[in-house]
Design a binder for this molecule. Structure first.
Ligand SMILES: *Cc1c(COP(=O)(O)O)cnc(C)c1O
Ligand SMILES: [Zn+2]
Length: 452
């Protein structure tokens, strides 16, 4: 484990329960010594003998596993386990067959924007409906292997849904701390369904994080927030899948929503490690988009070139990215710098419109995911992305996660006039309200006629 702040490396047993460096307070990152294309000898990590990284053999092996009947092969995360040497014993894998998510070509977006090679990697198609599953299978397996009976997280919703599901699979208990009255009900219902002890605290997400760090200090509870470096290891695997799905010719750009900034960090780590291992010969630019009302990294890049981050009080209806003090901001900034990406922001109206447009592709996503399409439009307009370049939007959550948002949008109750600004006409085209009629075919036919 290497500290991302002061670069000091520590051995695993010295990792503190809050996963922070005792010297500088920063986060750790899993680092694999000896990973380079020059070194074919393999290495030993945590007692596990790892295969020498041979790019073409690995590609073949990973593909072959897709037709296996074994759980660890069917998982789109553990299928890549040569790049995840984090367990002593593979028997401890806790999996719901996550990953292996689709990469969709966005045809209508191509028509609308002029960019014809735009794809959506839909992480909402995971078992609990968000990308959080890919990191939960790795971090919870570590907790299981180490003999914990309780796991815990503070969550805006999706982390708790994923954690509760994986804990239940492993026969473990889970504790969820959520901010009062500020989460999407679809997500809370999942945590309850999967049997979590769920506590709403009278504070925001950042307040929940603070309370939880004291809880894990005082009780034998394993912390599964994204400060846990093992979550990022699982969350890097969509990068591997994207490369595989594009025949190992990576896209020019990947655009990711930014909340706590772990997911963007993890994807960047995935691409950079693939390059290091000779699996791909370049890395895409990884760009991050935040909601305007929860944009501390965007501001930091503007104001100090990413040197300092001033926390903000977060406001946005995209609940998954309503985070004002992102834990992984330095990791994310490093990825943006290393890959040559950018950081953008999206207004409430831009997010809502983009979400409706992704819905109109027959795909759909949760509000937070739609910031990626807003980013694409802005990067195209500024000439940062060319129309012939290949772009992948990372859709992080399923559209059913927050159906209240969608209904409010189509009924015209989501946005205030001053929020809509000059997007009124475009929003009007995408809105689909329900129509009430007498049970009369004639009346239905008239509506059909009007809608032609
Ligand atoms: C968690 C989440 C995000 C934000 O990811 P971070 O790693 O916190 O930046 C975005 N979208 C969805 C749907 C999420 O669940
Ligand atoms: Zn440190």
């Amino acid at each position: 484990m290497r500290c991302t702040g002061c670069a000091r490396a520590i051995a695993l047993p010295d990792l503190k329960e809050n996963f922070r460096c005792p010297e500088c307070g920063d986060l750790y990152e899993v680092e694999y010594p000896g990973w380079s294309t020059q070194n074919g000898r393999g290495f030993v990590d945590g007692g596990v003998r790892c295969n020498p990284p041979n790019a073409s053999a690995l590609r073949w092996l990973w593909k072959e596993r897709r037709s296996s009947t074994e759980l660890k092969d069917q998982s789109g995360v553990w299928r890549f386990r040569e790049l995840l040497p984090i367990l002593r014993d593979e028997q401890h894998i806790v999996s719901l067959r996550e990953g292996n998510t689709p990469l969709y070509h966005l045809v209508r977006t191509a028509d609308a924007t002029g960019a014809d090679r735009v794809f959506a990697k839909h992480q909402g198609m995971n078992p609990t409906g968000s990308f959080k599953d890919t990191g939960m299978t790795t971090a919870l397996s570590v907790a299981y292997e180490r003999g914990f009976s309780w796991v815990a997280c503070a969550s805006t919703g999706n982390t708790s849904a994923a954690m509760a599901a994986y804990a239940a699979r492993a026969g473990m208990r889970s504790l969820v701390l959520i901010p009062e009255g500020k989460i999407a009900w679809g997500k809370l219902s999942q945590a309850l369904d999967y049997g979590a002890l769920t506590i709403q605290l009278k504070t925001d997400f950042d307040g929940c994080v603070e309370v939880l760090s004291e809880v894990v200090r005082r009780a034998p509870v394993y912390l599964l927030n994204s400060v846990n470096p093992y979550r990022l290891e699982g969350q890097k695997t969509p990068a591997l899948e994207i490369a595989e799905q594009m025949n190992w010719d990576v896209p020019d750009h990947v655009i990711v929503p930014g909340g706590n900034l772990a997911n963007s960090s993890a994807l960047g780590k995935g691409f950079l490690e693939m390059k290091q291992l000779g699996l791909v010969d370049r890395v895409p630019r990884v760009s991050v988009v935040q909601a305007e009302g929860a944009n501390p990294l965007y501001r930091s890049m503007r104001e100090s070139g990413g040197e300092r981050l001033e926390p903000v009080e977060a406001h946005t209806r995209a609940s998954a990215i309503r985070i004002g003090n992102p834990a992984s901001w330095k990791k994310c900034r490093n990825v943006v710098r290393a890959t040559g990406g950018w950081v953008e922001q999206a207004t409430e109206a831009e997010i809502a419109l983009a979400k409706a447009e992704i819905g109109a592709e027959g795909i759909g996503c949760e509000p937070a995911s739609a910031v990626t399409l807003v980013g694409l439009k802005k990067f195209l307009a500024e000439g940062k992305i060319g129309v012939h370049e290949t772009v992948v939007l990372l859709l992080t959550g399923h559209t059913l996660k927050d159906s209240d948002y969608t209904i409010d949008y189509h009924r015209g109750k989501l946005l205030r006039d001053e929020e809509i600004g000059d997007l009124g006409a475009e929003i009007e085209i995408t809105r689909r309200n329900t129509i009430e009629l007498e049970a009369d075919a004639e009346a239905v036919l008239r509506e059909l006629e009007k809608a032609q």
